[in-house]
Write a protein that binds this ligand. Structure first.
Ligand SMILES: CC(C)(COP(=O)(O)OP(=O)(O)OC[C@H]1O[C@@H](n2cnc3c(N)ncnc32)[C@H](O)[C@@H]1OP(=O)(O)O)[C@@H](O)C(=O)NCCC(=O)NCCS
Length: 143
């Protein structure tokens, strides 16, 4: 059974490191991790944390509405494609809706674009490169 819960910033670190920073020498802690407005969600399989994502009150150029940035979205390899990522995003939309936030956006790795498209995100603007990680697109969804 998939269970989504709010978790602490520190609880995201292990999966961020193993999935998003594997062989990539970039920080796995974000400066906004402990901001009051930031929240982190974890996906559990039984009692095991298998997916994480963080939601940070950052603005994307071109949008004036209240908005959040999704960062550190990752699920462990053994649960991929089983709906854990989708459940995290859907739960975040419930929480953001209660905060009167109308936009959720992210810098999506090229290989994750289809995942976000499945979840109603759209690409905005041109591809851009992130040093050590590769090509990205800005994507957003309305809440
Ligand atoms: C991207 C990622 C978080 C997706 O998590 P997940 O738990 O596998 O996603 P889900 O199983 O909830 O998938 C939701 C939907 O997206 C689809 N999907 C997931 N990953 C996909 C991909 N790479 N390409 C195409 N479709 C994909 C699923 O088939 C599913 O569709 P459905 O609802 O029609 O069945 C996960 O693959 C991951 O951690 N990747 C490595 C890290 C990464 O790239 N993170 C994103 C950084 S921007």
């Amino acid at each position: 059974m998939i269970n989504i819960k709010e978790i602490k910033a520190e609880d995201t670190y292990e999966i961020r490191l193993s999935v998003l920073r594997k062989e990539i020498d970039l920080p796995y802690k974000f400066k906004e991790d402990f901001d009051e407005s930031t929240f982190h969600l974890g996906a559990y399989h039984n009692n095991e944390l298998v997916g994480v994502a963080s939601f940070i009150k950052n603005k994307m150029e071109g949008f004036e509405e209240d908005q959040y940035q999704l960062r550190g979205m990752a699920t462990v390899l053994k649960v991929r494609g089983k709906g854990y990522g989708k459940k995290i995003i859907n739960e975040s939309k419930n929480i953001l809706g209660q905060k009167n936030t109308h936009i959720l956006w992210c810098n999506a790795r090229k290989e994750a674009v289809s995942f976000y498209e499945e979840l109603t995100f759209n690409i905005v603007g041109a591809v851009f490169n992130v040093d050590k990680v590769g090509e990205h697109f800005k994507m957003f969804t309305k809440i």
